[in-house]
Design a protein around this ligand. Structure first.
Ligand code: NAD
Length: 499
């Protein structure tokens, strides 16, 4: 049985706690490895070593740090297939989808190659007689990244790229369900020239997360995961004086106007609703057609498309549309929610429960499910299902549809399909959601923009990647400097305005 430890000071080390958790192969339902769960002492040691390594790294000129990012990017490209297979093996997503997971992370590293431009300060000369004011952006010191299971490459890369390019050291705590990719990325960073100790990968569960939050040396925490944990981490980090950005769960709606191209809308819903088995924080889980005619037209197009979807293990070939969900518990939860939807009066148009994949009977597979006539009070509407389940909520009007999105407690992503520019503009302007798609179902912004939800989808005031990330991972120091031509004017005791 493979045992996964921690990556400390540029080497793999075994865990000392004697506590492990199983890493499953979701396609077979078998245990494929076990990962060590670090103790508080192990975490504190990793942080202390990172703090030592950060001094030199933080003082390294930004261009040299950027060159490490350049070499890292090249190594990610060279190892793309290996990384994709590693992601697929632990997560269960298909190889083409796993390549996307790596690619969207790599794109953030590409922006980090230009980090020196983001790290420039500001300057006002002659702010007063003989006085200049300038500001500089300096690294925080040691920061932490705590990441979810569903993007084992992309989200660790979103965390480590900007943090390291800014001159910080990082403690990365990947999901205990998908730990291998983060360790391999750390090894590639070492090959790219990152000094040992600057990135430590510490595996574990709640115990190690709490140790990160309580460690006085850790200055900032970037979290991605479910909303209750995001809110908890934000609160505890803030109480301990750390800056935190914590991204949570989602319930993403797509409005379909009567003038939309129905075939394109249906194709978009299939990809955004069922891709990666619905285990994306930007998945569309609620379709909101405006008017019964639109709703019926959509169902008519969705059903045959859903029936054609191929569910299976990633090893079955690139024509597999999606794989298993992450655990048996997750599968049971999804099936339980489907049962609740039926009980609470929604119409189950396609039932994905009971799917069997030959040769993979113990895998955590859920077939695609489609509900119609879902209402606001149902559990399938209120909860993030995080599985291949698409719910259709019928809206009477555009305002009705818009208000549904506005009233929802989550605000990660949303989309509208329409042929009318005026409706699209109105939607983009009024909706209270962080990322909006117009005839585009999963509007994950490119890496030189920035990613973040609103409402209960994010806690903290800066987004991840893009310019916000460089603000999050640095603090501003402002210097007011006066150079005397001589001390002939004598000292002034007044606290006076610049004149
Ligand atoms: P999760 O919240 O269970 O776990 C995320 C991380 O928190 C893991 O590293 C885990 O070890 C740790 N953790 C879990 N329970 C904890 C506890 N009680 N105390 C402290 N730490 C704890 O999330 P997940 O199941 O791995 O990921 C799926 C969730 O992440 C979904 O809700 C999804 O929407 C969300 N997500 C959000 C974004 C975003 O950017 N908004 C992106 C991807 C995923």
């Amino acid at each position: 049985m493979q045992e996964i430890g921690h990556w400390i000071n540029g080497k793999m080390v075994s865990g000392t706690s004697g506590r492990f958790t199983d890493v499953m192969n979701p396609a077979t339902g078998e245990v494929q490895a076990r990962v060590a769960l670090a103790t508080v002492a192990e975490l504190d040691h990793a942080v202390a070593e990172a703090a030592k390594a950060q001094i030199k790294w933080g003082a390294t000129n930004p261009q040299r740090r950027a060159r490490v990012m350049m070499a890292f990017g090249a190594l990610i490209n060279q190892n793309m297939e290996k990384l994709a297979e590693m992601v697929a093996r632990e997560h269960g997503k298909t190889i083409p989808d796993a390549r996307g997971d790596v690619q969207r992370g790599l794109e953030v590293i590409e922006v980090c190659m230009g980090a020196p431009a983001f790290l420039k300060g500001e300057m006002t000369d002659n702010a007063g007689p003989g006085i200049d004011i300038y500001s500089m952006r300096q690294a925080l010191g040691v920061v932490a990244g705590i990441t979810p299971f569903n993007f084992p490459a992309m989200i660790p890369l979103w965390k480590m790229g900007p943090a390291l390019a800014c001159g910080n050291a990082m403690i990365l705590k990947p999901s205990e369900r998908t730990p291998s990719t983060a360790i391999f990325l750390a090894q590639l960073l070492q090959q790219a020239g990152l000094p040992d100790g600057v990135l430590q990968v510490v595996n574990g569960d709640k115990g190690v997360v709490d140790a990160i939050l309580d460690n006085e040396t850790v200055q900032g925490v970037g979290f991605v995961g479910s909303t209750p944990i995001a809110q908890y981490i934000y609160g505890r980090a803030a109480a301990n004086g750390k800056r935190a950005q914590c991204f949570g769960g989602a319930k993403n709606h797509m409005i379909i106007m009567p003038d939309a191209d129905m075939d394109k809308a249906a194709d978009a819903l299939i990809g955004a609703g069922f891709g990666a088995a619905g285990e994306r924080c930007m998945a569309i889980s609620v379709a909101v057609p405006v008017g019964d005619k639109t709703a019926d037209a959509l169902i008519e197009r969705l059903v045959p498309r859903i029936e054609k979807l191929k569910v299976g293990p990633y090893t079955a070939g690139e024509d597999v549309d999606f794989g298993p969900v992450i655990t048996q518990a997750s599968k049971d939860r999804i099936n339980g929610l489907i049962a609740s939807g039926v009980e609470q009066g929604a119409k189950l148009v396609v039932d994905g429960r009971g799917i069997k994949i030959q040769g993979y009977e113990n895998g955590f597979f859920c077939g695609p499910s489609l509900f119609d006539n879902v209402t606001r009070d149902m559990d399938i509407y209120k909860q993030e299902i995080f599985g291949p389940v698409l719910s259709q909520v019928r809206a009477k009007s555009y305002e009705d549809a818009l208000n549904l999105v506005i009233d929802n407690e989550y605000g990660n992503g949303t989309a509208i399909f329409t042929a009318d520019g005026d409706t699209a503009r109105d939607f983009a302007s009024r909706v209270n959601v962080g990322m909006v798609g117009i005839n585009f179902p999963i509007p994950v912004p490119l890496s030189y923009y920035t990613f973040g939800g609103w409402k209960k989808s994010a806690f903290g005031d800066l987004n991840q990647y893009g310019p916000d990330a460089f603000r999050f991972y640095t603090k501003t120091k402002t210097v007011t400097a006066r150079w005397f031509s001589g001390i002939k004017d004598g000292a002034s005791l007044n606290f006076k305005a610049m004149d």
